[in-house]
Design a protein around this ligand. Structure first.
Ligand SMILES: [Cu+2]
Length: 609
């Protein structure tokens, strides 16, 4: 899917690679006097290295004018390039095929590399190198396998020394779609790996060609009508053996083997190579997250961006959360339907999050019942992961409480679960996911549950009422990550009822009127000191419980921690725009920017004279 800036680059790259490969194939098979193995070598390498393969081809191998191939390919640098090409063609093909298979099988990265090396070596030795040698030198296939072994080993080691770390660090980097062969990014990582492998293998190939351990480019022309092939070996006398001493060969073999071991193992200092493509599931990680060699795959999935492919619906930009859901009455029971799904939701006109929502709104719908009501809530799960619902603060049967794997099996994607209880309390409560709440609640799975007292005269009343549900968001580079108090997880947007100021509600009041603000700590991370301008309020309830008259107190700030509720009554004393806002100034910005005097956790009580 095209969801990241790099994806546009990759599309352009692979279009160019396709065009380059088509041109090289056409020119090789129509015009270039070369053995077939070499033709295929250039075609494959251009497929992997795109325009760079084309560049190598036209600079080193393409016959400039008829009859000039023999002279054109003579220089050592071109011979070295040719030698590297037929190493890379075979090795890279083996490696890439093995990478696709190991990713599909879900093998850990360290085993991937070993399988890829083995496959690359086998492909290179048994197909490209030995066939190539046989084609040139004649003799039996087995004899050529034996003669090719040492040069192939040296070249393959150098090639993999370049390719392995590039592949590993890219595939297990911040955007682990690179682990999935169905993603362009996987093929981009392969291409860059092959380019790095080519660069590292090139010097040793130049040396091997110079010492006649390997052959480079050559010309093959049909002579006359006899269809007998004549080979032109540029730059070397045919039939002469390698010009290399045993210590030289040993030293080069040892060095390239050491390079190989380094290339295969050094990445394990930076990424967790025990993980497989399945463990990381194509996760896109937040910038700044610390991922070490021991970071579990589950931790990555916990912090990963919401994948756009899972978005089920896009809400209207002006859609509001916390809308009251009317129950159906079935045999005296108040029945509510909640459905969890992934939505695209505007927290500002120009800022969309990909969030988890109940009934396609953030916060989820307000459930309002009366003390003593029998309540039944059917929860459907349309998320890409399991979930549950917890009824925060309620006295109920343990089986109805919601903690996943503790009181119930989590509700799997596509499944339903029904909660039922009789309310015994009255006050400000809320509901939220209790399965991976670190991720799911941070992405929006919560809503208000207001229980009115059975006796309408009970409780402190006010002329108006407003529910304030707090939330923290991490929205970066077009992706939404669950905000959490971790490196890379810190929030940059903050919302009241799913909207950041200036998109938050403005409540109109008249001088002398009172308003009951019900603060709900639906957020996951911070204690938000919620402050009201224009004079103190009276704190009348905490966590759903009315304070006794003697325990009520006046204040202008309450610290609303995760899970806490405060009901406060504020009186409009003077006309004007009076703010309700968090007193951590960063929480009243939108991505550190102020719009119309603030942002995030801020709203206005607009009092008329
Ligand atoms: Cu705050």
């Amino acid at each position: 899917m095209i969801i990241q800036p790099v994806d546009y680059f990759l599309v352009a790259w692979f279009v160019l690679a396709g065009l380059s490969t088509a041109y090289v194939a056409w020119d090789q098979f129509r015009h270039n006097p070369e053995p077939v193995v070499m033709k295929w070598g250039f075609v494959l390498v251009t497929l992997y290295m795109g325009p760079i393969g084309l560049l190598l081809y036209v600079m080193a191998d393409k016959e400039p004018h008829p009859g000039e191939h023999e002279a054109f390919i003579k220089p050592l640098w071109k011979q070295g390039a040719g030698s590297t090409i037929h190493c890379v063609a075979g090795d890279a093909t083996g490696i890439i095929l093995a990478a696709v298979v190991t990713a599909s099988l879900g093998l850990p990265m360290w085993l991937d590399l070993i399988v890829e090396y083995t496959a690359g070596f086998a492909f290179g030795l048994f197909i490209f190198q030995s066939l190539f040698m046989k084609n040139m030198m004649g003799g039996s296939y087995l004899e050529n396998v034996r003669k090719s072994f040492a040069p192939e080993f040296i070249s393959m080691n150098a090639m993999m020394a370049g390719m392995a770390p590039v592949m590993t660090l890219l595939m297990m980097g911040r955007d682990m779609r690179a682990m999935e062969p169905t993603e362009l990014l996987f093929w981009g990582a392969m291409s860059l790996g092959v380019i790095a492998g080519f660069a590292v293998a090139y010097p040793v190939n130049v040396w091997m060609v110079a010492r006649r351990l390997k052959h480079g480019l050559m010309t093959e022309r049909a002579s006359g009508h006899k269809h007998k092939h004549k080979h032109q070996h540029a730059g070397m006398g045919s039939g002469m053996g390698p010009d290399v001493t045993r210590p030289q060969l040993l030293a080069v073999t040892m060095t390239t083997t050491l390079m190989l071991l380094g290339g295969m193992t050094v990445p394990s200092l930076f990424v967790n190579m025990r993980l497989s493509a399945r463990d990381v599931g194509g996760a896109i990680m937040p910038p700044g997250m610390i991922m070490g060699w021991d970071t579990p795959g589950e931790a990555m999935r916990d912090m990963a961006a919401v994948h756009p492919r899972n978005v089920a619906s896009t809400s209207a930009p002006d859609a509001r959360g916390d809308t009251e859901l009317q129950p159906r009455i079935e045999n005296g029971v108040k029945v509510f339907d909640l459905q969890a799904s992934v939505v695209r939701w505007n927290i500002l006109p120009n800022v969309q999050v990909e969030g988890y929502a109940f009934n396609r709104q953030i916060p989820g719908p307000r459930l309002r019942v009366t003390e003593g009501d029998r309540v039944r809530i059917r929860v459907g799960n349309r998320l890409p992961e399991s979930t549950t619902v917890h009824w925060h603060g309620l006295i109920l049967a343990n089986a109805m409480d919601g903690p996943a794997n503790i009181t119930q099996q989590p509700i799997q994607p596509g499944q339903d679960y029904t909660y039922e209880f009789t309310t015994e309390q009255a006050g400000t409560f809320f509901y939220h996911t209790h399965d991976h709440a670190d991720r799911q609640q941070a992405l929006g799975l919560y809503g208000a549950l207001i229980i009115d007292p059975r006796n309408p005269a009970a409780g402190e009343r006010a002329d108006k009422e407003y529910v304030i549900q707090l939330q923290e968001w991490l929205e970066r580079e077009g992706r939404t990550f669950p905000a959490m108090l971790m490196e890379g997880g810190l929030p940059n947007y903050f919302t009241i009822n799913g909207k950041a100021y200036p998109e938050t509600d403005t409540v109109s009041m008249k001088v002398g009127e009172t308003i009951k603000l019900r603060f709900i700590g639906t957020h996951n991370n911070f204690v938000h000191p919620m402050h009201v301008h224009g004079g103190p309020f009276t704190v009348v309830a905490r966590d759903g419980y009315d304070l006794a008259p003697a325990a009520r107190f006046d204040a202008d700030t309450v610290n609303v921690g995760p899970g806490q509720r405060y009901d406060v009554i504020w009186k409009a004393r003077r006309p004007g725009k009076w703010l309700v806002h968090c007193h951590i100034p960063h929480h009243t910005t939108n991505n550190n920017v102020e719009h119309q005097g603030g942002g995030g956790l801020m709203m206005v009580l607009d009092v008329e004279a």
